[in-house]
Design a protein around this ligand. Structure first.
Ligand SMILES: [Zn+2]
Length: 304
């Protein structure tokens, strides 16, 4: 098709039709994402979140994927808003901004969400952001954290802290003023991070003695620290779920849990051989296999 031969009127009409079709497709994608989340297809395919699936498999940037996941969640709770997306009076960006606002303000009731969304109809994104800020008494809560690469080695990280946190940083600088004179806020922050990581990092397992320690025959609720460490380091500190079709390993380092290969209820022991690291998503996938989708859906809204 050579667009150069189209009349102005025809060019305008076709572009209009395409934009409408584009919005229809966007909404279709949201419905598909909802079903993908409901049956946890993203997890079966080796991803620890729907957002990771959007980025890795659908080719969206992280921010475009986030807008779609947020919009899907809004649409699920306030289905009437679909008409606004259809006619273009609200966009995915509006819905995503609103969803972030609801999350930070702790707004859960669909009725309240609908009320807020109606106020954004027909507004530009900037106007909508102003409207949202007029609805909170704690605007500082909504200042986004920024991470910006400034060179190969350096990244700018920007976030807002309250007075109490600033006072803590200043206190640390004062306490260390003899040992480390002229400490900057960044140095104080780094020092605090190193201490926190030293405390929370999973320690390597102790060298095994030649005589192995007896492992209790009957499974107990608590897994010995030595076993936890061994499993953690053996599995590389990451989720071990592998999608058998694609061979993709999840490898998430977030929300890690120890999963019993043979469930404890079936006599599975607390031994390293019977344990593996799984992220929460993939632990849930196992629970669905064992308990069934319907039973799990009673506790997990995303599965409905
Ligand atoms: Zn996982």
């Amino acid at each position: 098709m050579n667009l150069k031969n189209l009349s102005d009127e025809a060019l305008h009409q076709q572009t209009l039709d395409l934009a409408r079709e584009e919005r229809r497709l966007q909404i279709e994608v949201l419905h598909h994402l909802r079903e993908t989340e409901r049956r946890m297809l993203f997890a079966k395919r080796g991803h620890s979140s729907l957002l990771d699936y959007c980025v890795a498999e659908l080719g969206y940037t992280r921010s475009a994927g986030q807008r779609r996941v947020d919009s899907m969640r809004v649409l699920k709770q306030v289905p009437e808003i679909e008409a606004r997306l259809s006619d273009g009076s609200l966009s995915l960006t509006h819905l995503s901004e609103a969803q972030t606002f609801f999350r930070k303000e702790g707004i859960r009731e669909p009725e309240k969400k609908r009320e807020v969304l109606e106020q954004l109809v027909g507004q530009s994104v900037m106007q909508a952001q102003r409207t949202l800020m007029s609805l909170t008494d704690q605007p500082e809560r909504h200042i986004p954290e920024r991470v910006r690469v400034v060179s190969e080695e350096l990244t700018e990280v920007r976030f807002v802290v309250d007075q109490a946190t600033l006072a803590q940083l200043e206190e640390l600088k004062a306490l260390l003023s003899h040992a480390q004179p002229g400490m900057s806020l960044k140095d104080a922050f780094k020092y605090g991070l190193e201490l926190a990581l030293a405390k929370h990092r999973v320690k390597p397992p102790k060298q095994k003695s030649l005589v192995p320690a007896p492992v209790p025959e009957t499974p107990s609720a608590s897994i010995p620290a030595q076993v936890r460490r061994e499993v953690y380091h053996r599995d590389g500190g990451a989720c071990t779920y592998v999608d058998t079709t694609s061979g993709r390993r999840c490898a998430s380092k977030y929300y890690l849990e120890l999963d019993h290969i043979v469930p404890r209820a079936h006599g599975g022991a607390n031994t390293p051989e019977n344990l593996r690291l799984r992220c929460r998503t993939h632990n849930r996938l196992v629970a669905i296999e064992v308990l069934g989708h319907a039973r799990m859906a009673r506790h997990v809204p995303a599965l409905r």
